[in-house]
Design a protein around this ligand. Structure first.
Ligand SMILES: [Zn+2]
Length: 673
């Protein structure tokens, strides 16, 4: 079954939940032939299914299809129900013998509409075809689906010669007869239903030798206009396969394909990924999302998450793909990614944060924060706790023990416990079952001479109930910086470290390695804060008509207006107006002026937007424009930039933007000499 891809959120797309309730059941064996005519949109199919004894089940098929023949061991079976757009038959249990089910079906597929977005493709789960592309998702029940039983299949696809089709599995044969192409695929790994794609593809193929001398065939099946991307995608795929074979264990299949779609979709299935033509052109797809999808052949499609007890596969995949690529680029890049995750967590509203265990699949932005990022942070902390060697050994053990079956968070924990010889129950329980995150404060620090060394005492506190944490602190002493790890298992504790040189400063978790709520100074102010806070007060300074209209678009709640003559409120402040009036307000009330970063902007800049934190701790967002027209031009774009700290606009276009650097919790020491 397809999964919507991880990058989907970036493109504003949605994602399908993937049910795998029946994966561990004894599979049904299927031998199927389908003929597809993209011009006339006709599909005809016939197949034989072998059902193991002791099984009663429902067979379903989309009701667009006629079924001229449905026989069980040579006897016809009549339709039981017909509703919700599907027809359904009941297959009674045979106690002793396997049953042989033969079905023929035919019908008209929907026309492919390239204008459909990913959300529509997902919502409708409709089988579509055109010469430009065919997509028959298993969820559309375009072939008879045996509910509750996974499927092992041989599938022969008959399509026009100029087309190629692909499904999960290995291509066993591909030949041309009388203007038709006949392709046979085999897939031995039980899957609930078949996703079929076809199109006028150009194929680029490469065979590589994988672990254990196995041949793995890499293919791209791409539309003409992106066919030149094939070699680059194969290079990247080969690199990812080698990386993960070394890290985890042999790639579980004989092939991997990248297939282009005429609609702007993104799906991942076992052995392939199906990506919109425009999506394939985005550079970050090859650099990040592709590797993430390749890795899902181990986590998600190779070992299945146990959805009833939580989905570990997105977090582990994000950690071993997105985060790992940043680590390869350097520690600063990885730190930036973790900080971005923690920043997103910091602006999650109270009702949106849930325990990680409740995450099954992504339907909202907050699910990505929890199921992908929070979950990936769990693996960052786990590796820090047990060390890279035990961590990697645990991964390999988990893979070899659970490959091809459903596994839970507990199975994962047990694999890491065995590898590390440690009890990890408390660790997993606190990160899986508690909503929110740790909230740490570096309260105080003092340094004193002690014999021929320096002793640094510092106190860290956290909210109750306390998490059990290994907390990294960086101590600057002499030319270098040294990281010390301390064990914090209560609400407040004082620790000592010794240094040979005079300590100058101490910083809490400088590399953002802990899943915690960033303190106000650590989470740089972003626009979203003032937009979402119901207590935000708005001050209009000049061009008040245009300013008020803009404020209404930006603030999520009814406006609370205050005169520019009155002192600033002790609440989040949105200041909107003309450059001169805004500057006058800032000066009069002792607020910082426009930051230097925004000053050096081109002459054509017409508006500046920035955030700051006042001495009182209250956030401020300032919108300062050349004139009323420039203010009005922000109405459409500005609400979309909630994750930024500052922007410069020329009319309605953001020409520069950024996020203020975060300031870690740090104390400078006046060491007594
Ligand atoms: Zn994913």
């Amino acid at each position: 079954m397809p999964r919507g891809l991880a990058f989907a959120l970036l493109l504003g797309l949605l994602v399908v939940p993937c049910a795998n309730a029946a994966r561990d059941a004894v599979p049904v064996r299927a031998d199927i032939q389908v003929r597809i005519d993209p011009e006339t949109r006709e599909l005809t199919g016939k197949g034989a299914w072998t059902v193991p004894p002791g099984v009663s089940l429902a067979i379903v098929l989309d009701d667009r299809f006629d079924v001229p023949r449905l026989q069980v061991d040579g006897r016809p079976l009549s339709t039981v129900t017909q509703r919700d757009g599907r027809q359904q038959w009941h297959l009674a249990r045979s106690e002793r013998a396997t049953q042989s089910v033969e079905i023929e079906w035919r019908g008209l597929l929907d026309p492919l509409e390239p204008g459909l977005d990913h959300r529509q493709v997902l919502r409708h789960a409709v089988p579509v075809t055109a010469p430009r592309g065919t997509f028959l998702p298993g969820a559309a029940e375009w072939h008879p689906v045996f509910i509750g039983r996974p499927l092992q299949y041989t599938l022969r696809i008959d399509i026009p010669e100029s087309q190629r089709a692909i499904v999960a599995g290995d291509l066993a044969s591909d030949r041309i007869t009388d203007g038709r192409r006949l392709q046979t695929y085999r897939f031995e790994q039980p899957d609930p239903a078949i996703d079929l794609m076809a199109g006028p593809y150009r194929v680029t193929e490469r065979k590589i030798t994988g672990a254990g001398n196995r041949t793995i065939t890499l293919r791209t099946l791409l539309h003409e206009e992106v066919a030149d991307l094939g070699a680059g995608y194969l290079d990247a795929t080969e690199r990812y396969l080698r990386m993960y074979e070394n890290w985890i264990g042999p790639y579980p299949y004989g092939s991997f394909s990248i297939v282009s779609s005429p609609t702007p979709t993104g799906f991942g299935m076992p052995t392939l990924t199906y990506l919109g033509i425009d999506v394939l052109r985005l550079p970050f797809i090859r650099d990040t999302s592709l590797g993430h999808e390749v890795l899902h052949n181990w986590w998600g499609n190779g070992v299945y998450p146990d959805y009833s007890t939580g989905n570990w596969s997105e977090g582990l995949t994000t950690f071993m793909a997105d985060h790992a690529y940043r680590e390869q680029a350097g520690p600063a890049a990885a730190r930036e990614l973790r900080l971005a995750w923690l920043r997103d967590l910091a602006v999650l509203g109270a009702g949106q944060d849930r325990p990680l265990r409740e995450f099954t699949s992504r339907t909202h932005g907050s699910d990505q924060v929890i199921g992908y990022h929070k979950s990936a942070m769990l693996f960052v902390m786990l590796r820090d706790a047990i060390g890279k060697e035990a961590f990697d050994q645990g991964l390999r053990r988990f893979w070899s023990e659970h490959r091809g079956s459903i596994a839970s968070w507990d199975d994962l924990r047990i694999a890491f416990e065995r590898a590390s010889q440690r009890d990890l129950k408390a660790f997993f329980t606190q990160w899986l079952d508690r909503a929110g995150a740790a909230n740490l404060r570096l309260e105080s620090a003092t340094a004193a001479r002690d014999a021929d060394e320096w002793r640094l005492d510092f106190t860290i506190s956290q909210d109750r109930p306390a998490y059990q944490l290994r907390v990294p602190v960086a101590v600057e002493a002499g030319p270098g910086q040294q990281v010390h790890w301390v064990e914090l298992d209560r609400e407040r504790a004082t620790f000592s470290v010794r240094t040979s040189q005079v300590p100058a400063s101490i910083t809490l978790d400088p590399d953002a390695r802990l899943l915690r709520r960033l303190a106000p100074g650590e989470a740089p102010p972003i626009l979203r804060r003032v937009m979402l806070d119901p207590t935000t007060v708005t001050v209009l300074a000049g061009a008040t008509g245009a300013g008020e209209a803009l404020a209404r678009r930006v603030v999520d709640h009814p406006l609370q207006l205050r005169s520019p003559e009155a002192p600033p409120p002790s609440a989040p402040l949105l200041l909107v107006g003309l450059e001169r009036d805004v500057n006058r307000y800032l000066a009069r009330h002792g607020l910082p002026p426009r930051p230097a970063e925004l000053a050096a902007t081109p002459d054509r800049a017409t508006a500046w937007v920035w955030t700051a934190t006042r001495a009182t701790g209250d956030p401020v967002t300032v919108v300062s424009a050349r004139d009323a027209t420039a203010l009005a031009a922000l109405g459409r774009p500005l609400p979309h930039y909630g994750r930024q700290s500052w922007l410069v606009f020329a009319g309605g276009t953001a020409t520069a933007r950024g996020i203020w650097p975060s300031r870690p919790q740090s104390i400078r020491l006046d060491a007594a000499r």
